[in-house]
Ligand binder design. Structure first.
Ligand code: NAD
Length: 476
């Protein structure tokens, strides 16, 4: 049975309660897990607060050294961790390997910053005084993670937090705790001191983290409704919050675009991780002259994405993570079809044999989806893509911004002027121009509008795990 990681303890829930984690491809039980609650969060927060007193005072270059060593150790375990992730989440083993690798690399990337970010010296009008701006870690930080990219999204929070000298109480999604535990355990084996990152498990631990008085900052990746609840509850304790929430990323393809490159990026962008990505091409707007050729290429690519158990090397797309998620995407597709949309590919379930045991779904492309359909107005968190013909860039930009969300966006064109307008006018935290939607370590990532606020990745994320203090030295 898996256990929580609280300082030196590998512990069950205080209540003794447990629940089962099941494989989305087979329905089999992968492991039994403690169903933690407020008492466990309290223990973890106390442990993190204790560890903060030593971790935050470690010289920054030493902290960097510890984190590099720990990440190197963790990276040697990618081959052991990836199958755990596939079994609990459903994604293909290739996707799991990439994700586990990214976890270690993310820790190392922020370790590099640990001793490079500093405060400043400020001249004051009175020459017998001078000012300093000192940058300090915040304290204990809460990290709350969803199930779609359990490792990437945990690392996005844990890595900048601990590199800056904070300690963490981490809560994975209740359905995907196991690979996260393995990663944190590997960091500890590699030399990360006990108590710097504590992992609590179970649905009820999320709210307890947000309301715990010792936890000073909350970073959540999750749905927009959860983000609103977390922000309201965090307001009670005036905590800092970073909210990475839902998205419905538009992609505009103009007549002059490299259609092969666009088709590849859109296909990866929509179908990677069985479409369960915050940054995914979720609305496609194609100019008339490129429409037929691009659609043909997209359908050809989708037809090669064989759904299957993620552990099977021939599978190109795992199952959806839960039955509820699949039902939601199917309902969104049905809504579009009922309103008159035309199915260009998919829109069903692969059936028979092992397919009937898991939450499998076909990659789906729909044309002529009418205005007002759920696929345009809601986030589609699965492998289904609505495509619409547009007259020109103006129409594309208008439709791109006709959404409550503002996470990612992309444009394919060879016109510098068109690309420039998209960069200026699309309301989103990221715009890719003729490029695959990859969230780079070097660039700050985060949304606008109902997609949340605050940044992960980049120097900006590190800074958000620090507080500035002004100091005046007098009597010079
Ligand atoms: P979710 O909002 O249901 O849950 C996310 C996490 O929050 C889970 O660990 C959950 O247990 C916890 N939680 C739920 N209610 C809580 C509360 N009241 N207080 C504290 N914690 C609470 O999201 P999900 O279904 O697991 O994930 C899918 C959603 O996440 C999608 O909307 C997706 O777009 C979004 N997402 C966003 C990003 C991003 O970076 N913007 C990345 C990935 C996923």
């Amino acid at each position: 049975m898996a256990t929580m990681i609280i300082e030196g303890d590998r512990t069950k829930a205080a209540s003794g309660k447990t629940y089962e984690v099941r494989n989305p491809a087979t329905g089999d039980v992968v492991d039994e897990v403690p169903a933690g609650g407020p008492a466990d969060v309290d223990k973890a927060a106390q442990a993190a607060a204790k560890a903060f007193t030593t971790w935050s005072r470690l010289p920054a270059n030493k902290r960097a050294e510890v984190l590099h060593k720990a990440s190197q150790h963790m990276l040697q375990k990618v081959e052991q961790i990836a199958p755990i992730l596939t079994r609990e989440q459903g994604k293909t083993i290739l996707e799991s390997r990439i994700e586990a690798q990214r976890f270690g690399e993310n820790i190392a990337w922020f370790a590099d910053l640990a001793d490079k970010i500093h405060g400043e010296h400020v001249r004051l009008p009175d020459l017998t005084t001078y000012g300093l701006v000192v940058r300090k870690p915040i304290g204990v930080c809460g990290a709350i993670v969803p199930w779609n990219f359990p490792l990437t999204l945990a690392a996005n929070k844990v890595a900048p937090a601990i590199a800056a000298g904070n300690t963490v109480v981490l809560k994975p999604a209740s359905t995907t705790p196991l690979a996260t535990l393995a990663c944190i355990e590997a960091l500890i084996e590699g030399g990360l001191p006990e108590g710097v990152v504590n992992v609590v498990l179970g649905q009820a631990t999320g709210e307890a983290i947000v309301s715990h008085p010792l936890i000073r900052k909350i970073a959540l990746t999750g749905s927009t409704p959860t983000g609103k609840k977390v922000m309201a509850s965090a307001a009670e304790g005036l905590k800092k919050v970073t909210l990475e929430l839902g998205g419905s990323d538009p992609c505009i393809v103009l007549d002059d675009a490299d259609l092969e490159g666009a088709a590849r990026a859109i296909s990866v962008g929509r179908f990677f991780n069985c479409g369960q990505a915050c940054l995914a091409v979720k609305r496609l707007y194609v100019q008339e002259g490129a429409y037929d050729a691009l659609l043909e290429k997209l359908v050809a690519r989708a037809s090669k994405l064989k759904p299957g158990n993620g552990m099977d090397k021939d599978s190109r797309m795992g199952p959806m993570h839960t039955e509820t998620q699949r039902a939601e995407v199917e309902a969104q597709v049905k809504d579009a079809v009922d309103r008159g949309a035309k199915v260009a590919h998919g829109a069903g379930r692969p059936q028979g044999g092992d397919y009937d045991k898991g939450w499998f779904i076909e990659p789906t492309i729909l044309e002529d989806v009418p205005d007002g359909a759920r696929m345009w107005t809601e986030e589609v968190f699965g492998p289904a893509l609505p495509v619409r013909r547009i007259k020109d860039l103006d129409e594309g930009l208008r439709l791109a911004n006709d959404s409550q969300f503002g996470l990612g966006s992309s444009i394919w064109t060879t016109s510098m002027a068109a690309a420039y307008r998209a960069v200026q006018e699309i309301e989103a935290g990221y715009t890719w121009v003729n490029a695959l939607q990859i969230a780079h370590d070097e660039l700050p990532f985060g949304g606008t509008k109902q997609s949340g606020f605050g940044k992960e990745h980049g120097v900006e994320a590190f800074l958000q795990y620090t507080e500035e203090k002004s100091v005046v030295y007098g009597g010079m």
